[in-house]
Design a protein around this ligand. Structure first.
Ligand SMILES: Nc1ncnc2c1ncn2[C@@H]1O[C@H](COP(=O)(O)OP(=O)(O)O)[C@@H](O)[C@H]1O
Ligand SMILES: [Mg+2]
Length: 506
């Protein structure tokens, strides 16, 4: 007697089919799982046995073999409990084996037979929709799975509910797609930041076009505060982006309430973060912070304090928008199209440039400190702004500053202009920061004066080809914030150039 239930295994955001084959044969009573199970899958045996026991079902005194096929693919995680238990129930004729073969099942079992939530339900649901299969997931993940569209979806709370549903004695309600309930933003409003007009302008440009930005200034000038205002001026995720981002968060287990994310991710790992936690990897090749920040912000505060090798590892994903995480026997690719926002002090003591406060080693110490960030990394930063100490007059001023909502409206307008323009070129890019090659030349034509200025600056500032293109993209966004017509003019290029960091000698 045998039965097969389908489930899945994850490699990055790719979903692979796995068959759970269950065979009941005469012989010495046994319960074995084969097919490269990891520890969590091997322990599944005990949970399945206990969950069935809780239902008053004891395993037959026969030889029970579970094979997870294909046998050469490593199986990881606790979501194999449910398909294994369903396979066992099918082979014991508690549920009809024939009806089960068109379902993909994933879920973890408790000893009392309730079904606990697992990671990766959203990608599994998308896979079920693509392959025309039904899906059985834990009740808590039903809202997440329902985003996959019109699939045959069952989300029982426990095994008994599922058995009753299959017998027709208690029909399970179909889960509905829900958005994750996100609490109101607890971040400061831009109106609370006094002074710092240049930095605020740069922040607005960065938000409008998705450009990378670095703030340099003494302690307590408001760098971290400015960065934390960014979520309040960014537009919400589009449905497509929300799905992309939620897939990654689903895999890493950070979609606990089972809904889709609607707010742009803002990730601010501490500078002691290890390379695998930032880039992705570890024994399970999990997505790192850069992938969790996909379509959102990666804020690296105290930039030079990060390990140098970790920072250098950001270079490639910054260009390509994805990261290849290698393991011993396979590679997984995660999307990582994030916007880098960084903040740093000008030197270790923090006061270089302030004659009253700077230490005796200035300016040498500043050069040493800033040299911790490599040239290629600076080259990838579009906006570098000085954030000087706040003036007392600004701190005590009662002239109201612009609120986040006002700035957010301008950012949204600029993003709409960009989207419409890209659509007119038949491109699916949405923001200027992602424009490359041909499309960049098409969206950013310059008038003669602008061209001349950029040519001169490229020579005198020794801009690399990458920097040249980054200036163009930035100028495009500046013009879009101005609602300027298609051609970039001299002031747009001049402002974009003013944000480029001059690489110090030494
Ligand atoms: N420009 C500013 N306007 C209003 N408050 C500020 C400003 N800059 C700093 N502060 C105050 O100082 C605190 C620390 O600022 P923070 O952004 O952490 O400084 P930094 O990161 O530059 O060292 C803030 O929480 C805020 O109370
Ligand atoms: Mg700070």
């Amino acid at each position: 007697m045998s039965a097969t239930i389908k489930t899945v295994s994850f490699q990055g955001v790719d979903v692979l089919d796995v068959d759970v084959q269950v065979q009941l044969a005469s012989g010495m009573p046994a319960f074995s799982i084969v097919g490269l199970p990891d520890k969590a899958v091997a322990e599944s045996r005990e949970r399945v046995r206990a969950a069935l026991h809780a239902l008053g079902i004891s395993l037959p005194a026969k030889r029970l073999t579970i094979n997870l096929a294909p046998a050469d693919l490593a199986k990881e995680g606790s979501h194999f409990d449910l398909p294994i238990a369903l396979g066992v129930l099918a082979v014991m004729n508690v549920i009809p084996a024939e009806e089960m073969k068109d379902y993909i099942a994933l879920g973890e079992l408790s000893l009392d037979s309730s079904i606990r939530s697992v990671n990766g339900v959203l990608p599994a649901a998308m896979h079920a929709a693509e392959t025309g299969k039904g899906l059985i997931v834990p009740y808590a993940c039903g809202g997440e799975a329902a985003w996959a569209g019109d699939i045959d979806l069952l989300a029982p709370q426990n095994l008994l509910q599922f058995i009753n549903h299959m017998k027709g004695t208690q029909v399970l309600a179909k889960p509905t797609a829900k958005l994750k309930e996100e609490p109101p933003l607890s971040t400061p409003d831009l109106s609370e930041v006094k002074g710092q007009e240049t930095a605020k302008r740069a922040l607005e440009i960065a938000a409008a076009g998705g450009h990378n930005m670095l703030m340099i200034g003494p302690p307590g000038s408001g760098k971290s505060m400015l960065a934390s205002c960014l979520p309040s001026i960014l537009p919400k995720l589009s449905p497509k982006e929300a799905l992309d981002v939620s897939m990654i968060h689903s895999l890493s287990g950070s979609l606990p309430e089972g809904g889709l994310l609607s707010r742009r991710p803002f990730r601010d790992p501490h500078h002691s973060a290890s390379q695998p936690s930032l880039i992705g990897g570890g024994s399970k090749a999990k997505p790192g912070e850069i992938s969790l920040a996909h379509h959102g912000i990666l804020f690296l505060d105290e930039f030079p304090e990060f390990q140098r090798s970790t920072l250098e590892a950001l270079r490639q994903p910054l260009e390509t928008g994805r990261v290849l995480v290698s393991r011993v026997n396979y590679h997984v690719t995660y999307p990582a199209r994030f916007q880098l926002i960084a903040a740093m002090n000008p030197c270790r003591c923090g006061y270089m440039g302030d004659p009253d406060m700077e230490c005796t080693k200035a300016p040498r110490c500043g050069g040493d400190y800033q040299n911790k960030i490599s040239g290629p990394m600076f080259d990838r930063i579009d906006l570098t702004v000085d954030v000087p100490a706040v003036q007392i007059a600004d701190l005590q001023s009662d002239v109201p500053a612009e609120s986040s909502a006002q700035v957010a409206q301008r950012v949204l307008n600029a993003r709409l202009i960009q989207k419409t323009r890209f659509e007119s070129f038949n491109s699916d890019i949405e923001i200027n920061a992602h424009a490359n090659g041909d499309i960049l030349e098409q969206i950013a034509p310059m008038d003669d004066l602008a061209k001349k200025l950029l040519a001169q600056a490229t020579q005198s500032m020794k801009l690399s080809a990458r920097a040249y293109h980054r200036v163009l993209r930035l100028a495009r966004t500046i013009a879009d914030l101005d609602s300027a017509p298609d051609y970039l003019s001299k002031p747009h290029i001049a402002e974009a150039l003013s944000y480029r960091k001059l690489v110090l000698k030494g």
